[in-house]
Design a protein around this ligand. Structure first.
Ligand SMILES: [Zn+2]
Length: 439
């Protein structure tokens, strides 16, 4: 009996080690705005199907170290926004850069943020007006994210953390669409971090999936399947905030797709997968959150010489013409076209039970499977689309196969060419270094 009392006391003491708090702030546009993600759209948004959010989940460990995850129903986040929020969080809360983690769901039904130049010709006569609308939206965004972070930190209360992974099966390797002979790996894991009050009530749930949020592609603002999953979980668990983390699923699409019914159905499937994990036995997460954030330079193939770019200005392919325009603009403005990019690698180790590895860009699934095999399927959570979403990051296999994720997509960016073959080994070496530093 005495032993049982001691065990209970010890368990209570364990429970008091973490504090956590969560908050959400809507970032739904209040005017018609161009939606990001698809080159084929011909007009700005025509309505709102579903509110979109900036959400924040703050942790404080027993040593008093605070850390915040920010999740956004947006297609991308760039330093333009992340740096402003990181500065606010440092100045107001004394939280260093490695302890704030940004992830976007990559919903293709949310506004463009930041640079509109690559959309200019697609927007046509809408461009002048939309440039102003998007500038307004972009300028207001950091304040809304800051508010979510401030509220999450203000809500810090004693909490328990538990981690486990489930499964959901609707992600399909999209490179096999049209090239059925390709191997087509997928990552169907559904990582779940449950944040509960000492009473056991669910206060927040951080969950992930590795698949493009591209069920829908029309003119209504919404969070796609991840938006429906978050809404379903919040409806099923009143008072809890559900935060979605996009995994390394750059080569996965939800298939079949293109109906609201399917977006809602995949959202419900993902919410069911999360609930199945929440109802089952989950591993308690011990105290202490260690964090690392570093960048490593990845290299691009060289841009064509200026004479070649000049020639491309009259290419029959619209996208070749636009890319050449952007390269010549950079050359004129900066005197050079960049040949490397600082790739962000962030890792958070929670106790000894779980590590959240958050990598930049649109990361293909090979990286997720490789790192989980190396560092433990039950202990590693691999997120892509974190901190800086600048374009695709192919593995060596995908780079060799070519195609859109292998290099073709660079045409839609302000980068000179696809990454060099070394991108895989450079990213992998940096991840190994960061993971080892947390051991
Ligand atoms: Zn994408």
């Amino acid at each position: 009996m005495k032993l049982l009392a001691m065990v209970v006391l010890f368990a209570c003491a364990m429970r008091a080690e973490w504090k956590a708090g969560a908050a959400k702030v809507p970032i739904t546009p209040d005017e018609s705005i161009w939606l990001a993600g698809y080159a084929a759209r011909t007009k700005p948004s025509e309505g709102v199907r579903q509110a979109i959010y900036a959400k924040a989940l703050a942790f404080e460990d027993a040593a008093g170290r605070k850390s915040v995850v920010v999740t956004l129903d947006l297609v991308s986040i760039r330093p333009l926004t992340a740096d402003v929020v990181a500065r606010h969080v440092r100045e107001k809360h004394g939280i260093a850069r490695e302890r704030i983690l940004f992830n976007v769901s990559h919903t293709h039904s949310a506004p463009i943020v930041g640079d509109v130049s690559s959309y200019q010709s697609r927007m046509g006569s809408y461009f002048d007006k939309q440039r102003e609308v998007i500038a307004r939206y972009t300028a207001a965004l950091p304040g809304k994210i800051n508010a979510a972070v401030d509220q999450a930190i203000a809500a810090l209360e004693p909490a328990t953390l538990h981690f486990e992974q489930g499964f959901a099966g609707f992600a399909v390797n999209r490179r096999r669409v049209g090239r059925r002979e390709l191997p087509g790996p997928v990552d169907h894991d559904v990582p779940v971090l449950a944040v509960r009050a000492p009473s056991g009530d669910l206060r927040a749930v951080l969950f992930g999936y590795a698949c493009h949020n591209t069920v829908l592609g029309d003119y209504e603002v919404n969070g796609d399947y991840a938006g429906y999953a978050q809404a379903a979980l919040e409806a099923r668990h009143p008072g809890a905030v559900a935060l979605f983390v996009e995994g390394a699923g750059a080569d996965s699409n939800p298939l079949p797709r293109r109906s609201v019914e399917l977006a809602a159905r995949y959202g419900a499937t993902l919410a069911d997968a999360v609930d199945e994990v929440l109802k089952a036995k989950m591993k308690p997460v011990g105290d202490g959150l260690r964090a690392v954030y570093e960048t490593v330079e990845v290299k691009f193939e060289s841009a064509p010489p200026e004479s070649e770019l000049e020639k491309q200005l009259s290419d029959k392919d619209e996208y070749v013409r636009q890319h050449a325009q952007r390269m010549l603009f950079l050359k004129k403005r900066d005197g050079r076209i960049p040949d490397t990019y600082p790739y962000p690698v962030q890792a958070w180790r929670f106790g000894s039970e779980m590590t959240l590895l958050a990598l930049g860009g649109e990361l293909v699934v090979d990286y997720s499977l490789r790192f989980k095999e190396k560092y433990g399927w039950d202990k590693l959570w691999v997120a892509g689309y974190s901190n800086d979403v600048f374009g695709y990051v192919p593995s060596l296999r995908v780079w060799k196969e070519g195609g859109y994720e292998g290099g073709g997509a660079f045409q839609f960016t302000s980068f000179p060419g696809r990454f060099r073959e070394s991108v895989d080994s450079i990213v992998t070496a940096k991840v190994d270094e960061v993971m080892n530093s947390l051991r």
